[in-house]
Design a protein around this ligand. Sequence first.
Ligand SMILES: Nc1ncnc2c1ncn2[C@@H]1O[C@H](COP(=O)(O)OP(=O)(O)OP(=O)(O)O)[C@@H](O)[C@H]1O
Ligand SMILES: N[C@@H](CCO)C(=O)O
Length: 327
Amino acid sequence: MAVYTHLGAEDMAALIAAFDVGELRSAKGIAEGVSNSNWLIETSGRDGTGARFILTMYEYRIDTAELPYFLGLLDHLAARGCPVPRTIHDREGNLFRVIDGKCVALIEFLPGVSVSQPIPAQAYAVGQALAQVHLAAADFPATRANGMDLAESRRLLKACGPSGLAEIDAALPALVTDALDTLEREWPTGLPRSVIHADLFPDNVLMLGSKVSGLIDFYFACNDITAYDVATTHAAWCFSGDGRTFDPALSQALLAGYAAARPLSDPERAALPVLARGACLRFVASRAYDWLNTPRGALVMPKDPMAFARRMAFYADPANAAVFAAA
Ligand SMILES: Nc1ncnc2c1ncn2[C@@H]1O[C@H](COP(=O)(O)OP(=O)(O)OP(=O)(O)O)[C@@H](O)[C@H]1O
Ligand SMILES: N[C@@H](CCO)C(=O)O
């Protein structure tokens, strides 16, 4: 359940009145998501025929100094035809407002549902949409460093401590030590860089059938190796949830969809196994940290770090490098 802050009806109506979107008709808290408070807002619309929006209140996890990057990126991509929600600017032209010391933004509502068991046609469409974002962001003027890079994975895993990691799974301490050492040694340099989404899991993609209707949750977006985003998306889409089963049909479709819009170069393709291992380690690290630091009985269930430790082992196995050969 992710509505951390109560906003009374009068406060909500006053807030919505700061935007030129008609009068507030309803505001319903959205249960999905863990980082921010989100509401589905219905208004009369500017012409009285009704309109829907997502209102997001940024809670503890987001540095609000970075909001212009995240929200400006949505506007930039939407203007170039990417399926991302536009930010609704307030009557004074601001991208976000501050209420009770917290930043809030009103964002276009996009139709669609997040799939839990993707089919190849959907993976193909997601690959294509990801490439479209990489290309469309080429002239986005702002930059942001990746706050979840290898150094941050090392820091988070160190904070877990060997005993904390062993509490999750006896094999985990050795697995992450080996992965960190190898990845720091072998991390590629000189590959093309761009804006990347960095968290394009199925729950961050809205779909209508096999069409992508929305890419959402750009709050990890940053400038980094472009193929790293392909690797992250591959890890997020091509396995069963527990990471035990790899689906070659989803993999082929995702990579083919991506290549249809932005063909990978030979060096990018060759780097995918190590990039994918790095992507998995990033989610092992954040999940392990949350696993050990989420209070018992909290509203949000921590996600299983081992689901990504298994994927990491898959990518580390040279026998599986062929998965990317035809990318
Ligand atoms: N533009 C949009 N159009 C339609 N629905 C949206 C939109 N943005 C968000 N949602 C809905 O709100 C839910 C929560 O959004 P989101 O995933 O951005 O929340 P969050 O708390 O920031 O996420 P997370 O915890 O995954 O980082 C989504 O699962 C989706 O159902
Ligand atoms: N998508 C991430 C959460 C954001 O870091 C995960 O599934 O672990």
